[in-house]
Write a protein that binds this ligand. Structure first.
Ligand SMILES: *[C@@H]1O[C@H](CO)[C@@H](O)[C@H](O)[C@H]1NC(C)=O
Ligand SMILES: *[C@@H]1O[C@H](CO)[C@@H](O)[C@H](O)[C@H]1NC(C)=O
Ligand SMILES: *[C@@H]1O[C@H](CO)[C@@H](O)[C@H](O)[C@H]1NC(C)=O
Ligand SMILES: *[C@@H]1O[C@H](CO)[C@@H](O)[C@H](O)[C@H]1NC(C)=O
Ligand SMILES: *[C@@H]1O[C@H](CO)[C@@H](O)[C@H](O)[C@H]1NC(C)=O
Ligand SMILES: *[C@@H]1O[C@H](CO)[C@@H](O)[C@H](O)[C@H]1NC(C)=O
Ligand SMILES: *[C@@H]1O[C@H](CO)[C@@H](O)[C@H](O)[C@H]1NC(C)=O
Ligand SMILES: *[C@@H]1O[C@H](CO)[C@@H](O)[C@H](O)[C@H]1NC(C)=O
Length: 458
């Protein structure tokens, strides 16, 4: 109740009714559907097979190593033709060691996880194996993963060994619970992913992905436990999901495009991030992203674009709209000076360009005064930023403010805090908004403060 009193958004809900739907969901509807137990026998119709891992030796007692049974069932499913289901039955717990599941398959496979799949607790199991992967699927097309069950990474031991938890620990990689690499026409839905060793769900170099009705849960303190990570992937829809973890709810990196995110409840965690981009002088391009209908609660960031100095490429044509925030630390943030490194980052003369980014209809409460922060590059200032109907009040009753450094664009509608964007008539113009732009009265001092902050970073 305390949080409601100090960080309530309820008054805005009346005004912005369409977001209300999201809040209702965030407060208790469990989207995970549980399937009935019946019908899991191996049956055959004309071209439809159902293979249960139990028929290949899986015990499902949580102790026996069920990896071989899974691999065996998969091998058969992959070699048949038609539509094949591989089932992890309801009510059982299957211990699965790190696995490598490769395609292509002749069949179209549905991996129906109705029970629970758990990882080995002890990181020692990964000795001599790829430390970055637990359930690794690659080169499989037309795969569907569903079933209403759980995938539990048992990450506690990995977190304790993380250098982000205890800086005396050496920095080692940790496994992503489910990785899909070079998969086309993939659906992942109706699943709960919990306590991953590191990221929960990662799509790399994939095409045409739908991730929906997922519940992703890990404690707020768990390090690097991103919910859904999208990398070098084209054509992605992520929707109708609840993500509460210790890192980004959704992160979009490396040459990804056509990404549509909608109806997501996020928090705790680090919000929705584009990037980081441009680390180690990489050329990267993320474009055509729509984030539409997100409820963010107690997150470290709201909607964010982060790039390292020295990189190149673009983050462009990105729209964040219909977003409700409650107690969010950096509600709107573009940071072209991102430096998540033990050593300070040098000033560079190149940058990943940030262009044509819209923020529309974003309301709620900010846990920090600086509710809007555009910290853009001296070498490549942000162009075509656009703000429309923003209302971000302080959690603590004080003022909120905007911060701009090298940030060009325009604004329209109701704006609180007021915009500090400067117009860029002589340069590239924003493609959505009007040409008008407004300046804060104390632009000069804002610039000075900014200078200081930027130099503190270095
Ligand atoms: C579990 O089974 C897999 C597949 O047979 C095997 O590679 C792995 O070594 C087994 N792990 C242990 C700890 O027995
Ligand atoms: C960090 O790890 C060191 C060495 O393992 C240990 O002595 C110390 O107590 C740990 N600190 C915390 C805060 O857990
Ligand atoms: C939004 O997502 C939730 C699950 O998080 C789902 O229950 C609800 O039906 C979705 N809303 C719409 C309008 O699809
Ligand atoms: C992104 O794509 C470009 C070419 O389109 C390529 O040069 C670059 O290496 C890619 N970057 C990454 C990080 O994959
Ligand atoms: C606001 O969020 C932070 C986490 O970012 C949390 O520690 C704090 O308790 C929250 N405050 C309220 C009033 O909910
Ligand atoms: C809030 O900040 C704005 C500009 O950042 C300023 O114009 C206004 O006077 C401030 N209001 C209060 C109550 O401090
Ligand atoms: C941004 O939009 C402008 C105007 O539509 C266009 O000229 C420019 O190429 C766009 N920038 C990027 C990086 O797409
Ligand atoms: C980097 O640039 C900032 C602002 O332009 C300047 O204040 C700072 O001294 C520079 N740092 C280095 C290490 O050159």
């Amino acid at each position: 109740m305390k949080s409601l009193r100090y960080c309530s958004t309820s008054t805005f809900i009346i005004i912005f009714i369409h977001i209300n739907i999201l809040v209702t969901h965030a407060e208790g509807v469990d989207p995970v559907i549980q399937l009935p137990r019946s019908g899991l026998k191996r049956t055959r119709t004309r071209s439809k097979w159902v293979l249960s891992v139990g028929d290949y030796g899986a015990k499902g007692d949580g102790l026996h190593n069920d990896t071989e049974a899974f691999l065996e069932a998969w091998k058969i499913a992959c070699s048949l033709s038609g539509f094949i289901s591989v089932v992890f039955p309801y009510g059982k717990t299957f211990l699965v060691h790190p696995v490598d599941i490769g395609g292509p398959c002749r069949s179209k496979i549905t991996l129906r996880i109705s029970g629970t799949i758990v990882a080995p607790q002890d990181p020692v199991v990964w000795h001599g194996l790829n430390q970055r992967k637990w359930l690794y699927f690659h080169g499989v097309n037309h795969l569907t993963v569903d079933g209403g069950g759980r995938i539990n990474g048992m990450g506690q031991e990995w977190w304790a060994r993380s250098c982000k938890i205890n800086s005396t620990n050496p920095c080692h990689p940790a496994p992503t619970a489910m990785t899909f690499h070079r998969c086309k026409d993939l659906k992942v839905r109706n699943l709960m992913l919990i306590n991953s060793q590191r990221m929960h769900l990662s799509f790399t170099n994939c095409m045409r992905i739908v991730a929906s009705h997922l519940k992703v849960l890990a404690p707020a303190f768990s390090p690097n436990t991103d919910g859904i990570h999208i990398s070098a992937t084209k054509g992605v829809e992520v929707r109708d999901s609840v993500i509460r973890t210790g890192d980004d709810c959704i992160s979009i990196v490396r040459n990804s495009s056509r990404v549509w995110i909608r109806n997501i409840s996020c928090g705790p965690g680090h919000g929705i991030s584009i990037g980081s981009l441009g680390k180690s002088k990489k050329w990267e391009k993320v474009q055509n992203v729509i984030v539409d209908g997100v409820y963010l609660y107690n997150t470290d960031n709201g909607v964010r674009i982060k790039t390292w100095q020295g990189g190149s490429g673009f983050a462009s044509k990105i729209t964040f709209q219909h977003i409700l925030m409650e107690n969010v630390s950096n509600p709107i943030i573009v940071d072209q000076y991102y430096c998540d490194s033990r050593n300070p980052c040098k000033n560079e003369t190149s940058a990943v360009r940030v262009e044509n980014i819209s923020f529309i209809d974003i309301q709620g409460t900010s846990a920090t005064e600086e509710a809007i922060k555009f910290s853009c590059s001296d070498a490549f200032p942000c162009e075509g930023l656009y703000l429309e109907n923003i209302f971000l009040a302080s959690c603590f009753g004080g003022n909120t403010s905007s911060f701009c450094w090298q940030a060009h664009g325009s604004a329209r509608g109701f704006l609180h805090p007021s915009t500090c964007l400067s117009s860029s008539d002589d340069r590239i113009r924003q493609n959505v908004g009007p040409k008008k732009s407004s300046f804060p009265p104390n632009k000069h001092s804002a610039y000075r403060t900014n200078r200081q902050k930027i130099s503190q970073k270095q």
